[in-house]
Write a protein that binds this ligand. Sequence first.
Ligand code: RTP
Ligand code: MG
Length: 140
Amino acid sequence: MATERTLSIIKPDATRRNLTGKINAKFEEAGLRIIAQKRIKLTMEQAGKFYEVHKDRPFYGELCEFMASEPVVVQVLEGEGAIAKNREVMGATNPADAAAGTIRAEFAESVGENSVHGSDAPETAAQEIAYFFSGLELVG
Ligand code: RTP
Ligand code: MG
């Protein structure tokens, strides 16, 4: 399997509870290397553009407000099959369905406030990484 990069976001419910270190430990234990990372506060406009794919879903407004409510940590994870591996470590969107030991099973508060985001495919990973990071910030 090829080395990949994926975009991860530690969401406001997790940064608020000081869970960044515990979540990063899960990534690193799974063999994902954090090759870029920064803490930022999204505007509503930036959150809306990031989640534009969901703009017609009923939860879109709530999702954007949540993502812009408090700081997030955006990061790039690198490793063998990083996109799928990250989603495995994250667990299912709804923490009630997430496998034991996953980030969402351990830390998520609800289906909306679910602690982490991870890209879902190579094309979206490339777009999402470019949304937050310049090439010079990616030190593999
Ligand atoms: P993400 O994009 O954040 O990594 O999460 P995901 O792929 O597991 O889930 P997705 O379907 O892409 O949904 C994006 C985010 O929208 C919020 N959501 N709320 N209230 C709801 O029913 C609902 N459904 C989704 C979650 O924050 C989800 O992660
Ligand atoms: Mg998604």
